[in-house]
Design a binder for this molecule. Structure first.
Ligand code: FAD
Length: 465
C-alpha cells in the first residue's frame, strides 16, 4: 500500500503520521513544495518578535523525527497533476524535470494561500513586494522575507492591513521588536470574528501598547512615499465617512485572510464547496476514487452549522489524522468543528467557541447573549484578573451555543473557552454548566468557576422563574 500526501504542513504530516502509526509497514510519501516539513506556521509571529529565537525551533518535529516515523519526504517538490484513473501523481524533480509517482491512496493537504486584496500597488507588473518592504505572510518563505526586511532595512514603523488574529499577533510582535505600528481594519472593530464588545477590549489593549488602530478604514493603495517623509512607503485609505487617510511607514504587512489552495484537486475533477474549498464528507473523502483531502484546502463540517469554511491548525491536524486513518482502510469520521480559537494580544487574550448571536439566529436558533465579568480566581489572593464572558444560548431549549472570553493571558482564557467547547460539543444546556465538577483552589479559581458564574447570569437573565 503506497499512500502519498501532498503538502507537508499540519494536514499532510498528520495524515502521514497516523498512517504510519496504524500500519508500520505502510509505504508513505509526503510531497511538499518547500523545504520545511511540519513547521508550526502558527508560531511565526513569535519568531518575528524574537521570543522564539531561531526559525528551526518552530518545527513541530525535525526531518529526522519524521523520517524515524517511517515516512519518505520529497521536499522542494511540487505536485503538478493527478491522474485519477491511473492513480498517478505528476511531480517536479530537484533537477527541474518531472516524474510520475504511483499511489494506491492520495491525501491532498495543499492548505491555503493568503488573500491578495484588490489594493493598488499589490498586483500587476509594478507591484510592490518584499524587496520594497511590502509583505504577505503565510509560509516559512514569507517569514524569511519579513525577517530580511526587519534585519536589512531596519524599519522604524509598519502599517498592518487587517486586524484579524494574524494581524493582531503581528502588531504585538512588531511592537515588541520596537517598531511603531499602525493597524488598519476595514470593518468597524478589530478582531471581527468576535462581538464588537470584545473587539473593543482588544482595541483598548492595542492602543495602550502604542499601536495606532484605525478601524472602519479601507486601504486603497500602497505606493513608494515621496522622499523626506517619515517612511519609505505610503498607504492610502478611506475612513468610513469617506475621509482620506494616509500613513507612511517603512514596512507594510497585508494580512486579510486566506483562500483554499484547490487548483490541483479542481483540475482532477474534485467538487468544490463553501468558499471554493474542496468538498469532503466526514471521512475526508473527496468523491474522487482513492483521494482524500484535509486541512485548510477543504470545507469544514461544523457541529452547529453544517458545512462552512473555517481554516484552523487544530482542525487541520484532526482532519489529517482522519484522512490518514481512512486512507489505510479505516472508518473514522471527523466529528466536526466549533471554530474554537484563542489569540494573545500583548498581555491579554481573546477567545471564542461556537456561535455568536447573529450566526445562531441565521442558523435557526433563538439566541440570547449576555455579558458577565468574573474573577479568574479568588480576588483576595494576589494577582486576580477580571474576565469578560459573553454567553450565547438558545432561549427555547437552553442549549449553550457559544461563548466568548477576554482577559489577562494568565487568566486561563484558553482553557476556559475549552470548557465551553466541550459543553457545546456534548449539546449541553447553559444551566448544566453549573453542574460541571470543575477544580478549585483560591490562587487558581473560585468555588464557582468564572464560566459557571457567566452561565448562571445567562440563566437568571433569560429564564426568570
Ligand atoms: C501566522 C499564522 C498564525 C496562525 N496561528 C494559528 C493559531 O494560533 N491557531 C490555529 O488553529 N491556526 C493558526 N493558523 C492557521 C494554521 O496555521 C493553518 O490552519 C494550518 O497550517 C493549515 O494546515 P494545512 O496543512 O491544511 O495547510 P498549510 O499550512 O497551508 O500547508 C499546505 C502546504 O502544502 C504545500 N503545497 C500546496 N500545494 C502544493 C503542491 N501542489 N505540491 C506540493 N506542496 C504543495 C504548501 O506549500 C504548504 O506548505 C495560523 C496561520 C498563520 C499563517
Amino acid at each position: 500500500m503506497h499512500i502519498v500526501m501532498i503538502g507537508g504542513s499540519d494536514a499532510g504530516i498528520s495524515a502521514a503520521l497516523r498512517a504510519r502509526e496504524l500500519d508500520p509497514a505502510a509505504d508513505v510519501t509526503v510531497v511538499l513544495e518547500d523545504a520545511y516539513p511540519n513547521f508550526s506556521i502558527c508560531g511565526i509571529p513569535y519568531y518575528v518578535s524574537g521570543e522564539v529565537t531561531h526559525w528551526r525551533n518552530l518545527a513541530h518535529r525535525t526531518t529526522a523525527d519524521l523520517e524515524a516515523a517511517g515516512m519518505r519526504l520529497r521536499t522542494d517538490t511540487t505536485a503538478l497533476r493527478i491522474d485519477v484513473a491511473g492513480r498517478k501523481l505528476l511531480v517536479t524533480t530537484a533537477g527541474g524535470g518531472e516524474e510520475v509517482l504511483g499511489y494506491d491512496k492520495l491525501v491532498i493537504g495543499t492548505g491555503a494561500v493568503p488573500v491578495r486584496p484588490a489594493i493598488t500597488g499589490l498586483s500587476g507588473p509594478d507591484a510592490l513586494g518584499p524587496a520594497d518592504g511590502v509583505h504577505l505572510l503565510h509560509s516559512m518563505g514569507d517569514t524569511f522575507a519579513v525577517m530580511r526586511t526587519l534585519e536589512e532595512a531596519t524599519p522604524a514603523s509598519a502599517v498592518i492591513v487587517g486586524a484579524g488574529y494574524i494581524g493582531l499577533e503581528m502588531a504585538d510582535a512588531l511592537t515588541v521588536r520596537g517598531l511603531h505600528v499602525t493597524q488598519l481594519e476595514q470593518l468597524g472593530e478589530v478582531l471581527p470574528t468576535v462581538d464588537p464588545q470584545i473587539g473593543a477590549l482588544v482595541h483598548a489593549e492595542l492602543a495602550a501598547r502604542g499601536v495606532e488602530v484605525l478601524a472602519g478604514t479601507t486601504v486603497q493603495a500602497i505606493t513608494t512615499a515621496p522622499p523626506g517623509g517619515p517612511g519609505r512607503l505610503e498607504v492610502i485609505a478611506a475612513a468610513a465617512d469617506g475621509t482620506a487617510v494616509t500613513r507612511q511607514a517603512d514596512m507594510v504587512l497585508v494580512v486579510v485572510g486566506v483562500r483554499p489552495e484547490t487548483a490541483l484537486a479542481a483540475d482532477a475533477g474534485a467538487t468544490l464547496g463553501s468558499k471554493g474549498a474542496i468538498a469532503v464528507d466526514p471521512m475526508m473523502r473527496t468523491g474522487l476514487p482513492d483521494i482524500y483531502a484535509a486541512g485548510d484546502c477543504v470545507i469544514t463540517h461544523h457541529r452547529l452549522l453544517g458545512e462552512t469554511y473555517l481554516p484552523l491548525g487544530t482542525t487541520a491536524h484532526k482532519q489529517g489524522r482522519v484522512a490518514g486513518e481512512n486512507a489505510l482502510g479505516g472508518n473514522r469520521q471527523f466529528a466536526g468543528s466549533l471554530g474554537t480559537q484563542v489569540v494573545k494580544i500583548f498581555d491579554q487574550a481573546a477567545a471564542r467557541t461556537g456561535l455568536r448571536d447573529h450566526e445562531a439566529a441565521a442558523a435557526g436558533f433563538d439566541p440570547v447573549t449576555t455579558e458577565t465579568q468574573a474573577d479568574d480566581h479568588k480576588a483576595y489572593y494576589p494577582g486576580s484578573h477580571r474576565i469578560t464572558i459573553r454567553v450565547t444560548g438558545d432561549r427555547a431549549t437552553g442549549q449553550l451555543l457559544g461563548m466568548q472570553l477576554f482577559g489577562h493571558k494568565n487568566a486561563e482564557i484558553a482553557k476556559r473557552v475549552d470548557i465551553a467547547a466541550t459543553t457545546i460539543y456534548h449539546g449541553m444546556t447553559v444551566d448544566a454548566v453549573s453542574d460541571l465538577d470543575l477544580s478549585y483552589t483560591p490562587p487558581l479559581g473560585s468555588p464557582w468557576d468564572a464560566v459557571q458564574i457567566a452561565a448562571q447570569a445567562w440563566v437568571r437573565q433569560t429564564r426568570p422563574r
